[in-house]
Design a protein around this ligand. Structure first.
Ligand SMILES: [Zn+2]
Length: 277
């Protein structure tokens, strides 16, 4: 897109049996240049060896995209919050399995095949106290891994208020992870006013983007595209981020500041600018 070094979608899922490359080409056609590919759960797979399989498949897809399109891809891997119920229903220890999901991730971070941990955290719906605590424990352990490997952690949680974000910020501080290395995925634009240094990744709907653009605080943009052929129309389109970028250009005098922060500055600091632009 004219005048932009990169047009970056911070949260994008793909499946080989979904639209896959077609979704990436649609993103590119609207002006998109880089995606953060995040593993998608697949509960048709056996619970045994689940994470290695999911991680390998995601890395494989990233390689195919790089080979087949000019779109840049970075990879975020981690145990998805709802995996908890998958393991529990398979008669396994869910917390232990997800902790193992973090452990087997380490070599991928060290090799650079993955550049961030996520999406980790808690289910977006009401859960029991035990389930909530286990999710919080995964967040903390992911923060420890992020600190040790010098990478960001992407959080998936229930809707948060400023107080909840402050708690997460405190957890990061105690662990010794900079708050700027914590990204709240699916963040409410309202939360841009919270007094935290945790970064906000905003779902690229028109309403959200208009609200977020009024804030002085910088934010990332994401489609959270879910490449599920069973649920067409239920998800936001793969080209949503480049479309919203055009909208921001049309509607905001300071579009350059907004888009530079969203597509270059923040992702550069998080993942390394050479991987983005
Ligand atoms: Zn997601």
């Amino acid at each position: 897109m004219k005048g932009l070094l990169a047009v970056f979608d911070n949260h994008f899922h793909l499946r080989q049996d979904g639209l896959f490359l077609e979704a990436v080409r649609r993103f590119q056609k609207e002006g998109g240049t880089c995606i953060n590919l995040t593993n998608l759960p697949n509960y048709a797979l056996p619970a045994e060896g689940y994470y290695t399989r999911i991680y390998e498949e995601t890395i494989q897809m990233a390689k195919i995209i790089r080979r087949s399109t000019p779109v840049k891809v970075i990879v975020t891997l981690g145990p998805y919050p709802l995996d908890y119920f998958f393991f529990r229903d398979s008669g396994m220890d869910p917390l232990g399995k997800m902790q193992n999901g973090l452990e087997v991730l380490r070599p991928y971070l060290q090799s650079g095949e993955a550049v961030a941990i996520g999406e980790v955290g808690r289910p977006h719906f009401q859960v029991s106290e035990k389930e909530y605590e286990d999710g919080t424990r995964i967040i903390q352990e992911a923060m420890v891994l992020a600190r040790d490997e010098g990478c960001p952690v992407v959080l998936h949680t229930e809707d948060l208020k400023c107080g909840d974000l402050e708690k997460l910020g405190d957890a990061a501080r105690r662990i010794g992870l900079r708050q700027e290395m914590v990204v709240k995925h699916h963040s409410d634009p309202e939360n841009l006013s919270c007094n935290v240094r945790i970064l906000h990744s905003i779902l690229a709907t028109r309403t959200n983007v208009r609200k977020a653009s009024e804030s002085v605080k910088d934010f990332l943009l994401e489609s959270d595209y879910v490449d599920d052929p069973q649920k067409p129309g239920k998800v936001i389109a793969p080209e949503s981020v480049p479309r919203r970028a055009k909208m921001i250009m049309q509607e905001n005098d300071d579009w350059e500041r907004i888009l530079h922060a969203s597509f270059v500055d923040l992702p550069g600091k998080l993942y390394g600018i050479e991987r983005i632009a």
